[in-house]
Design a protein around this ligand. Structure first.
Ligand code: FES
Length: 471
């Protein structure tokens, strides 16, 4: 049996100077970052669908919900930012209720991300979230949003992180981020809670503090009486308490999050002990009117930016596909037992070359403005099946069986439809139906208002009648 040796002393890890977010290096390279790496640039709020993949109960009546984007992209954000989530609290057919929640996970692990929600039994949304959001739930999100976040690079990287109650969520994201990065950070966390058993993330905080010598964590119990055995701090935030945990507070960047009263006290005390205004960053967790208005303004701006970005992405995707006509083999001719197939990969139907061409009602050749409107009867027809789908932009008719989902035969016929999940979740295959009836079994990849506007997801829809489709 091999004896494990005893290590006399655990050496401190070697670290580079300063704290730097990984995307800084990626974005700073001159050769142009790869597409996936570019996606890590945390500058652009986007509207996207996300699927819950895990729920983790936390102390203090909180629950962490872990998500991944349905389009498979990472979520690029800065530690401390939040997402705005549309919750269908009143049912899928009603307008959703929007709420903003800080991201509690680290942006250095961007393939999944978390929000942590405290249940307020008198609230409209948080009890619904706790009861209804579970692995498999798909929600519409907007983000990242918010100016309360760590800087991308900080050569001094000395922080005082103050949290009260649910205000720990963005602070947790910051701490996880700093812990996951090299750099000579120096972090003091002071976390106020109402009761000894109510400190969310306390096990992870204890772990981080035990393995990362750059981090110190202190707990305080507010003005409640101390339970037997409580060895941490007690009482509300005071200048003496700040001095106890961080005697050098006025040389640190302070990030504070919590209820309004707590933050007002913190602002006053930090000013008294000489912390410069420019070093104090605050996020209010309760909704006074001013805060709500600020959030609304931030979200409205984020919506505008998200729309611009979505257009840019759509344009560049179109350019990409235009430049790569053989991508996915969509235009590769194929063969079967009966001989060559048309480029579409589906057997061609016989088309009568002498069939009459379209004419204007008076019998004259159709040369007016209407001539620009494609006439589906002149399109090639491929596939077999009892129903005909006319794809107007592609200029092709596809025969399909009423039991098969529309996406597969359409793509095989060469219709360009982007698709990721193929399960009605991500919304990436959304197209517009000009006429005809479908039956759709989606999983949140489309909103009621989009359906009303004639959109549908071909990956999870079957045709009930002949259809005309804008694709
Ligand atoms: S491919 Fe994801 S919704 Fe259709």
């Amino acid at each position: 049996m091999i004896e494990l040796g005893t290590v006399a002393a655990i050496l401190e890890p070697q670290r580079i100077r300063g704290l730097e977010m990984p995307w800084n290096r990626v974005m700073g390279t001159t050769e142009g970052p790869a597409g996936a790496a570019r996606a890590l640039g945390p500058w652009h709020p986007q509207e996207f669908m996300a699927e819950c993949v895990e729920t983790v109960p936390e102390a203090g009546g909180m629950m962490t919900f872990v998500f991944r984007r349905c389009d498979g992209a990472p979520l690029a954000f800065r530690a401390g930012q939040y997402v705005n989530v549309a919750f269908p609290v009143n049912g899928e057919d009603q307008d959703p209720v929007d709420r903003s929640y800080s991201l509690s996970s680290s942006p250095t692990e961007p393939w999944t991300f978390s929000i942590t929600v405290k249940c307020d039994p008198t609230g409209l949304v948080s009890p619904w979230v706790h009861e209804n959001v579970a692995p498999g739930t798909v929600l519409e999100m907007l983000g990242p949003v918010g100016a309360f976040h760590l800087p991308d690079a900080d050569r001094r990287a000395r922080y005082l992180l103050l949290a009260a109650g649910a205000g720990i969520t963005p602070i947790m994201s910051m701490l996880r981020t700093i812990h996951s990065l090299p750099g000579t950070a120096d972090v003091v966390v002071l976390y106020h809670g109402a009761e000894a058993g109510g400190f969310a993330f306390h096990e992870e905080l204890a772990y981080i503090a035990s393995v990362d010598s750059r981090v110190k964590v202190f707990y305080a119990l507010g003005d409640r009486s101390k339970p037997e055995g409580w060895e941490w701090l007690s009482g509300r935030l005071t200048a003496a308490m700040l001095d106890d945990v961080a005697p050098d507070a006025n040389g640190r960047q302070v990030y504070a999050c919590g209820p309004e009263g707590y933050l007002n006290t913190a602002t006053e005390l930090l000013g008294k002990i000489g912390v410069d205004d420019t070093s104090i960053n605050m996020e209010f967790f309760t909704g006074d009117r001013q805060t709500i208005l600020e959030y609304q303004a931030e979200i409205a701006l984020a919506v505008d930016i998200a729309e611009e970005i979505a257009e840019e992405i759509a344009d560049s995707a179109e350019d990409y596909y235009e430049s790569q006509p053989t991508a996915f083999g969509l235009y590769e001719p194929g063969y079967d037992a009966e001989g060559p197939l048309k480029a579409t990969g589906l057997p061609l139907e016989t088309v009568d070359p002498d069939a009459p061409t379209s004419e204007a009602p008076d019998g004259s050749p159709d040369v007016g403005p209407e001539a620009a409107t494609p006439d589906a009867s002149s399109f090639d027809t491929v596939g077999t099946g009892s129903l005909t789908l006319s794809f107007m932009r592609t200029g092709i008719n596809v025969r399909i069986d009423p039991t098969e989902h529309i996406l597969g035969p359409a793509q095989r016929a060469g219709v360009r439809i982007g698709a990721n999940c193929k399960e009605g979740m991500c919304g990436s295959c959304k197209i517009v139906k000009l006429s005809g009836e479908i039956e759709m079994n989606h999983q949140g990849g489309i909103r009621a208002r989009e359906i009303d506007a004639g959109k549908f997801l071909p990956c999870c829809s079957t045709a009930r009648t002949d259809m005309v489709i804008d694709a």
